[in-house]
Design a protein around this ligand. Structure first.
Ligand code: ADP
Ligand code: ZN
Length: 213
Protein backbone atom coordinates (compact mmCIF):
# COMPACT_ATOMS: atom_id res chain seq x y z
CA UNK A 1 0.00 0.00 0.00
CA UNK A 2 1.39 3.37 -1.03
CA UNK A 3 -0.85 6.23 0.07
CA UNK A 4 -0.66 10.04 0.03
CA UNK A 5 -2.90 12.15 2.24
CA UNK A 6 -3.37 15.72 1.02
CA UNK A 7 -5.37 18.45 2.69
CA UNK A 8 -5.19 21.75 4.53
CA UNK A 9 -3.41 22.04 7.87
CA UNK A 10 -5.65 20.97 10.74
CA UNK A 11 -8.06 18.90 8.64
CA UNK A 12 -7.24 15.72 10.52
CA UNK A 13 -4.74 14.14 8.14
CA UNK A 14 -2.33 13.24 10.91
CA UNK A 15 -4.98 11.57 13.05
CA UNK A 16 -6.25 9.52 10.13
CA UNK A 17 -2.71 8.81 8.90
CA UNK A 18 -1.71 7.20 12.20
CA UNK A 19 -4.78 4.96 12.04
CA UNK A 20 -4.24 3.84 8.48
CA UNK A 21 -0.55 3.20 9.05
CA UNK A 22 -1.38 0.91 11.98
CA UNK A 23 -4.16 -0.80 10.08
CA UNK A 24 -2.06 -1.54 6.98
CA UNK A 25 1.17 -1.95 8.94
CA UNK A 26 3.08 0.57 6.86
CA UNK A 27 5.29 3.46 8.03
CA UNK A 28 3.58 6.82 8.59
CA UNK A 29 5.87 9.37 6.96
CA UNK A 30 4.95 12.81 8.27
CA UNK A 31 7.50 15.39 7.14
CA UNK A 32 6.18 17.79 9.81
CA UNK A 33 6.75 15.18 12.55
CA UNK A 34 10.20 14.40 11.16
CA UNK A 35 11.19 18.07 11.24
CA UNK A 36 9.73 18.58 14.72
CA UNK A 37 11.65 15.55 16.00
CA UNK A 38 14.84 17.43 15.07
CA UNK A 39 13.96 20.63 16.90
CA UNK A 40 16.31 20.04 19.80
CA UNK A 41 19.19 18.84 17.65
CA UNK A 42 22.14 21.09 17.09
CA UNK A 43 22.44 20.60 13.31
CA UNK A 44 22.20 22.96 10.36
CA UNK A 45 19.15 21.12 9.00
CA UNK A 46 17.36 21.35 12.36
CA UNK A 47 18.03 25.09 12.57
CA UNK A 48 16.80 25.78 9.05
CA UNK A 49 13.71 23.60 9.47
CA UNK A 50 12.77 25.16 12.79
CA UNK A 51 13.14 28.71 11.48
CA UNK A 52 10.89 28.04 8.48
CA UNK A 53 8.30 26.08 10.43
CA UNK A 54 7.94 28.64 13.19
CA UNK A 55 7.33 31.33 10.57
CA UNK A 56 4.66 29.14 8.95
CA UNK A 57 6.68 28.75 5.76
CA UNK A 58 7.65 25.61 3.90
CA UNK A 59 11.06 24.11 4.56
CA UNK A 60 13.14 24.40 1.33
CA UNK A 61 12.37 21.68 -1.22
CA UNK A 62 15.91 20.35 -1.62
CA UNK A 63 16.16 19.60 2.12
CA UNK A 64 12.66 18.16 2.32
CA UNK A 65 13.03 15.98 -0.77
CA UNK A 66 16.42 14.64 0.37
CA UNK A 67 15.01 13.74 3.79
CA UNK A 68 12.04 11.93 2.24
CA UNK A 69 14.06 10.03 -0.37
CA UNK A 70 16.41 8.86 2.35
CA UNK A 71 13.46 7.74 4.46
CA UNK A 72 11.97 5.77 1.56
CA UNK A 73 15.15 3.75 1.28
CA UNK A 74 14.86 2.36 4.78
CA UNK A 75 13.85 -1.32 4.87
CA UNK A 76 10.43 -0.77 6.46
CA UNK A 77 9.31 1.31 3.47
CA UNK A 78 9.67 -1.68 1.14
CA UNK A 79 6.17 -2.94 1.96
CA UNK A 80 4.54 0.46 1.41
CA UNK A 81 4.18 3.81 3.15
CA UNK A 82 1.76 6.59 3.90
CA UNK A 83 2.67 10.23 3.31
CA UNK A 84 1.15 12.89 5.50
CA UNK A 85 2.18 16.46 4.67
CA UNK A 86 4.27 15.49 1.64
CA UNK A 87 4.30 16.39 -1.21
CA UNK A 88 3.35 19.97 -0.46
CA UNK A 89 4.01 21.63 -3.81
CA UNK A 90 4.54 20.70 -7.45
CA UNK A 91 8.34 20.47 -7.16
CA UNK A 92 7.98 17.91 -4.36
CA UNK A 93 5.26 15.98 -6.23
CA UNK A 94 7.56 15.69 -9.25
CA UNK A 95 10.55 14.66 -7.14
CA UNK A 96 8.45 11.88 -5.59
CA UNK A 97 7.15 10.76 -8.99
CA UNK A 98 10.68 10.63 -10.39
CA UNK A 99 11.94 8.59 -7.49
CA UNK A 100 9.05 6.12 -7.69
CA UNK A 101 9.08 5.75 -11.46
CA UNK A 102 12.81 4.98 -11.32
CA UNK A 103 11.87 2.05 -9.10
CA UNK A 104 9.01 1.10 -11.42
CA UNK A 105 6.41 2.06 -8.82
CA UNK A 106 3.38 4.35 -8.55
CA UNK A 107 1.12 5.47 -5.72
CA UNK A 108 -1.96 3.32 -5.01
CA UNK A 109 -4.15 5.99 -3.45
CA UNK A 110 -4.11 9.77 -3.21
CA UNK A 111 -6.69 10.85 -0.65
CA UNK A 112 -7.61 14.50 -0.56
CA UNK A 113 -9.31 15.40 2.73
CA UNK A 114 -10.91 18.82 2.90
CA UNK A 115 -13.09 20.90 5.23
CA UNK A 116 -14.04 24.54 5.35
CA UNK A 117 -11.74 27.18 6.66
CA UNK A 118 -13.66 28.05 9.87
CA UNK A 119 -13.61 24.43 10.94
CA UNK A 120 -9.92 23.87 10.32
CA UNK A 121 -9.03 27.15 12.01
CA UNK A 122 -10.90 25.99 15.12
CA UNK A 123 -9.25 22.59 15.00
CA UNK A 124 -5.80 24.14 14.79
CA UNK A 125 -6.47 26.64 17.57
CA UNK A 126 -7.45 23.81 19.95
CA UNK A 127 -4.73 21.40 18.92
CA UNK A 128 -2.25 20.26 21.58
CA UNK A 129 0.68 17.97 20.92
CA UNK A 130 2.69 15.69 23.20
CA UNK A 131 6.24 16.95 23.55
CA UNK A 132 7.54 13.40 23.98
CA UNK A 133 5.65 11.15 21.57
CA UNK A 134 3.90 13.56 19.17
CA UNK A 135 0.37 12.31 19.97
CA UNK A 136 -2.22 14.92 19.00
CA UNK A 137 -5.14 16.12 21.17
CA UNK A 138 -7.80 18.80 20.96
CA UNK A 139 -9.05 20.88 23.89
CA UNK A 140 -12.67 20.11 22.95
CA UNK A 141 -12.78 17.19 20.52
CA UNK A 142 -10.07 14.89 21.81
CA UNK A 143 -9.31 15.72 25.41
CA UNK A 144 -6.61 13.87 27.29
CA UNK A 145 -7.75 12.08 30.48
CA UNK A 146 -5.68 14.48 32.57
CA UNK A 147 -5.42 18.11 31.48
CA UNK A 148 -2.10 18.88 29.80
CA UNK A 149 -0.80 15.30 30.09
CA UNK A 150 -0.45 12.71 27.30
CA UNK A 151 -2.61 9.58 27.77
CA UNK A 152 -0.04 7.40 26.05
CA UNK A 153 3.25 8.44 27.63
CA UNK A 154 2.47 11.01 30.35
CA UNK A 155 4.45 13.59 28.34
CA UNK A 156 3.66 17.30 28.52
CA UNK A 157 1.13 18.67 26.01
CA UNK A 158 1.97 21.98 24.33
CA UNK A 159 0.66 24.24 21.60
CA UNK A 160 2.86 24.31 18.50
CA UNK A 161 4.28 27.76 17.87
CA UNK A 162 3.02 27.59 14.27
CA UNK A 163 -0.49 26.81 15.56
CA UNK A 164 -0.79 30.31 16.99
CA UNK A 165 -3.15 32.61 15.17
CA UNK A 166 -0.91 34.88 13.09
CA UNK A 167 1.14 31.96 11.81
CA UNK A 168 -1.92 29.86 11.04
CA UNK A 169 -3.16 32.55 8.66
CA UNK A 170 0.14 32.40 6.80
CA UNK A 171 0.07 28.60 6.60
CA UNK A 172 -3.44 28.67 5.20
CA UNK A 173 -2.32 31.15 2.53
CA UNK A 174 0.59 28.95 1.57
CA UNK A 175 -1.70 25.94 1.47
CA UNK A 176 -4.05 27.74 -0.85
CA UNK A 177 -1.32 29.13 -3.12
CA UNK A 178 1.22 26.30 -3.39
CA UNK A 179 -0.19 23.08 -1.95
CA UNK A 180 -3.77 23.06 -3.25
CA UNK A 181 -2.55 23.22 -6.90
CA UNK A 182 -1.11 19.70 -6.54
CA UNK A 183 -4.69 18.47 -6.34
CA UNK A 184 -4.98 19.25 -10.06
CA UNK A 185 -1.78 17.33 -10.60
CA UNK A 186 -3.16 14.19 -8.91
CA UNK A 187 -6.84 14.53 -9.78
CA UNK A 188 -6.70 12.52 -12.98
CA UNK A 189 -4.51 9.77 -11.62
CA UNK A 190 -5.93 6.41 -10.68
CA UNK A 191 -6.63 6.10 -6.97
CA UNK A 192 -7.49 9.74 -6.40
CA UNK A 193 -10.40 10.35 -4.00
CA UNK A 194 -11.80 13.52 -2.46
CA UNK A 195 -13.08 13.03 1.08
CA UNK A 196 -15.17 15.33 3.22
CA UNK A 197 -13.28 15.85 6.48
CA UNK A 198 -15.90 17.96 8.24
CA UNK A 199 -17.33 15.12 10.32
CA UNK A 200 -15.80 13.68 13.49
CA UNK A 201 -12.74 11.41 13.56
CA UNK A 202 -14.82 8.24 13.22
CA UNK A 203 -16.89 9.56 10.31
CA UNK A 204 -13.82 10.68 8.41
CA UNK A 205 -12.19 7.31 8.99
CA UNK A 206 -15.24 5.54 7.57
CA UNK A 207 -15.15 7.70 4.44
CA UNK A 208 -11.46 7.06 3.96
CA UNK A 209 -11.97 3.31 4.32
CA UNK A 210 -14.83 3.38 1.80
CA UNK A 211 -12.57 5.22 -0.66
CA UNK A 212 -9.72 2.73 -0.19
CA UNK A 213 -12.01 -0.29 -0.68
P1 ADP B 1 -0.04 20.74 9.35
O1 ADP B 1 -0.55 19.58 8.58
O2 ADP B 1 -0.92 21.10 10.48
O3 ADP B 1 0.30 21.93 8.48
P2 ADP B 1 2.61 19.61 9.52
O4 ADP B 1 3.17 18.98 10.73
O5 ADP B 1 2.31 18.74 8.35
O6 ADP B 1 1.30 20.35 10.04
O7 ADP B 1 3.57 20.77 9.00
C1 ADP B 1 4.04 21.77 9.84
C2 ADP B 1 5.12 22.59 9.14
O8 ADP B 1 6.25 21.76 8.78
C3 ADP B 1 4.72 23.24 7.80
O9 ADP B 1 4.03 24.47 7.98
C4 ADP B 1 6.10 23.41 7.15
O10 ADP B 1 6.79 24.51 7.69
C5 ADP B 1 6.85 22.16 7.56
N1 ADP B 1 6.68 21.08 6.56
C6 ADP B 1 6.02 19.91 6.76
N2 ADP B 1 6.03 19.17 5.63
C7 ADP B 1 6.69 19.90 4.69
C8 ADP B 1 7.00 19.71 3.31
N3 ADP B 1 6.63 18.60 2.66
N4 ADP B 1 7.69 20.68 2.67
C9 ADP B 1 8.08 21.77 3.30
N5 ADP B 1 7.80 22.05 4.58
C10 ADP B 1 7.12 21.12 5.29
ZN1 ZN C 1 2.93 11.24 24.53
Amino acid sequence: MKIILIGPPGVGKGTEAKRLATLFDIPHISTGDMFRAMFDEDTELAKIAKAHINRGELVPDDLTNAMVIERLQEPDAKKGFLFDGYPRNIVQAKALDDFLSNQGETMDAVLYIDADIELITERIAGRRVCKSCGAVYHVNYKKPKVDGVCDQCQGVLYQRKDDMEATVRRRLHIYHDVTAPIIDYYKHQQGFHAIDGSGNIEETHQKVMDAIQ
